[in-house]
Design a protein around this ligand. Structure first.
Ligand code: NAD
Length: 444
């Protein structure tokens, strides 16, 4: 099938590449000329495991191409994905200006028979109808030429390709049976696992529902996952006080099949481009409709406090932070991504700077990539030994696998003080203590 994906970020590019991999003809559109130039040169503008290989293969097979001309993409596709960003505004609501620009852009150049417009961006409830309205404002003669489907995305950065080929479910929201049928055809090989990256033989469940419910499913899922993390962080803070070990508590809880082990790891709290903004948008929508969200507000508040808990732990160990040097292991909000959006490390850097500490950091991707946007108050080191050199404390912020393998005895010998805060409960306490560290976890 002929597909156009507008927006080549973490969601759009991975979606486009994976759809090309299962045999569709995909045109990706982005108004960022630099990204399109990189992609045309066969390079991925983002770090995502397996993506470079899939891009290379599909470019060579001529199944994917890139343009900054929306008209070219719209004319090509019978299915048009909107996958642009929906960042938060200062008051919490979703900034939908990019979706608006794309909807109007599609409306202005839609021609050539029936098309399905797919909202893949996470958009406020009601956006499906709004996109339809915006398109019709551009060209009122179009009403029988298209339908809008909400197809929210659940991929995780760092395993986006795996998740696209192995989704827990595919959600399709629309009032149009014709559009739903086209979407099921589009996803046929993913639903029935006809692709090399599929790991299960069972068909992927497809949830067919109305537009508003599909949009709500995305917000509700993210709100639930964030709440689960805030919940275990609150339990960790009680564990710290009563002498229980939150890792043991989470294990004992998680084995209950009603609870499950995932998203039950205590730590520095959730971050990234989605949870914070999606919770803020859901809270804002609820307020718009006269409902005050007690639980969701508490989830956000617990998360805010959790990020600062690390500062408290550093103060408890080092007393005055002014004039001290703190080294951060990891900057990205999670491992296997280059994404720094709403990363807890950025909150730490801000507060440590305010308290007069010198902050250094090493991150496997950020250190090598040369990307420094938003990192003006931290010295980004190119290796872990330079990071440890002269530090009073090391703080493990992101659980990159390579941090399990470091020579911590060597790192300790390079430091002034041996304070180690493990914000992800990722390392082994006895090993760290043997290496000479004064090791502190979160709730254990
Ligand atoms: P992103 O910021 O990485 O990418 C958005 C892309 O859209 C950028 O390349 C930008 O240049 C492009 N763009 C903006 N305006 C455009 C326009 N008018 N025409 C063409 N291109 C335009 O965003 P993302 O992380 O891929 O997220 C996209 C959407 O998917 C968001 O709504 C997000 O909430 C949702 N989502 C993201 C994730 C994730 O893990 N990143 C997961 C699920 C859902």
């Amino acid at each position: 099938m002929k597909v156009c994906v507008i927006g080549t970020g973490y969601v759009g590019l991975v979606t486009g590449a994976c759809l090309a991999h299962i045999g569709h003809e995909v045109v990706c559109v982005d108004n960022n000329q630099a990204k399109i130039a990189l992609l045309k040169a066969g390079q991925s503008p983002i770090y995502e495991p397996n993506l470079p290989e899939i891009l290379q293969e599909t470019i060579e097979q001529g199944r994917i191409s890139f343009t900054s001309d929306i008209r070219q993409g719209v004319q090509h596709g019978e299915v048009l994905f909107i996958a642009v960003g929906t960042p938060p505004l200062a008051d919490g609501q979703s900034d939908t200006r990019y979706v608006e620009a794309v909807a109007k852009g599609i409306g202005a150049c839609l021609e050539g028979g029936y098309k399905v417009i797919v909202n893949k961006s996470t958009v406020p409830i009601g956006s499906g109808d709004w996109v339809r309205m915006l398109m019709l404002e551009e060209n009122s003669a179009l009403s029988h030429e298209f339908d809008v489907v909400s197809n929210p995305e659940f991929l995780r950065e760092g395993s986006a390709v795996y998740d696209t080929f192995n989704p827990d479910r595919i959600v399709l929201g629309s009032s149009s049976p014709r559009a739903i049928e086209i979407m099921q055809k589009l996803y046929h090989d993913i639903i029935y696992r006809h692709c090399a990256y599929a790991v299960s033989p069972d068909p992927v469940p497809v949830v067919i529902t109305d537009l508003n419910s599909a949009e709500m499913i995305k917000y509700a899922a993210n709100a639930f996952l964030a709440t689960k993390i805030s919940f275990i962080n609150e339990i960790a803070n009680i564990c710290d006080r009563v002498g229980a070990n939150v890792k043991e508590v989470a294990r004992g809880m998680g084995l209950d099949s009603r609870i499950g082990t995932r998203f039950l790891q205590a730590g520095i709290g959730w971050g990234g481009s989605c949870f914070g903004k999606d919770l803020a948008a859901l809270i804002h929508t609820a307020e718009d409709y006269g409902y005050h969200t007690e639980l969701l507000n508490a989830c956000v508040k617990v998360n805010r406090q959790q990020r600062l808990l690390v500062i408290e732990k550093l103060q408890k160990n080092l007393k005055i932070l002014k004039g001290k040097t703190i080294g951060l292991l990891g900057l990205t909000f999670k491992p296997d991504t280059d994404d720094l959006r709403d990363a807890p490390a950025l909150t730490l850097i801000e507060h440590l700077n305010r308290l007069g500490a010198k902050v250094k950091a090493y991150d496997p991707i950020v250190s090598q990539s040369g990307m420094r946007d938003g990192l003006s108050h931290v010295i980004v080191e190119t290796d872990v030994e330079r990071l440890a050199d002269g530090c009073d404390a090391l703080v493990l912020v992101t659980e990159w696998a390579q941090f399990q393998q470091l020579d911590y005895g060597k790192l300790r010998s390079l430091m002034h003080n041996g304070v180690f805060i493990d914000c992800r409960n990722y390392l082994d306490r006895p090993i760290m203590e043997q290496a000479g560290f004064n090791y502190t976890g979160i709730g254990c």
